[in-house]
Write a protein that binds this ligand. Structure first.
Ligand SMILES: [Zn+2]
Length: 159
């Protein structure tokens, strides 16, 4: 038996001001996007903003539904919108935030498992990684590759 360890590298920051200008812009766009969330059931407004290789910024917010599985996460709203509006253009960076009662949550927001799987497909499709900014009020996590959030991920190579 051999033990295998998988590590991920996270750059942790304490404030939005510590991020580079592109990341600050994306976090602010994600905060604005969160305000457009339809989240009457959870009260958890999530916003996402991504920048594409062509310089376009695309936003998303969570859209809930009384029939719960019919809703969609902010990250996937943004990624699918980017795929529909700019097919074949790679994602460079994606920022995600969450508001509770209108205030940024304290810790870095964590994407759900389904969104992590979509990150894998997005990187695989573009054949290049994109970076992630998971912003909270007191801490911000930045990852160089979105797929670092899903070790041993299933992807199209398995089919
Ligand atoms: Zn999700």
């Amino acid at each position: 038996m051999k033990q295998v360890e998988i590590n991920i590298n996270i750059h942790a920051y304490e404030a939005v001001d510590d991020l580079n200008p592109q990341q600050q812009e994306l976090v602010n766009a994600a905060i604005d996007a969160a305000k457009s969330a339809w989240a009457p059931y959870s009260g958890f407004q999530v916003g996402a903003a991504l920048v594409l290789e062509n310089g376009e910024t695309v936003i998303g917010s969570n859209q809930e539904n009384a029939a719960f599985p019919s809703g969609m996460c902010a990250e996937r709203v943004a990624l699918y919108q980017a795929g529909a509006r700019f097919p074949g253009v790679a994602v460079v960076e994606l920022a995600i935030v969450a508001l509770k009662k209108g205030e940024l949550i304290a810790h870095p927001v964590a994407p759900c498992g389904a969104c992590r799987q979509v990150f894998v497909e997005t990187e695989h499709r573009a054949k290049k990684p994109f970076s992630l900014v998971l912003a909270g009020r007191n801490q911000i996590f930045c990852l160089d590759r979105a797929t670092n959030l899903l070790p041993l991920a299933f992807n199209a190579d398995e089919l």
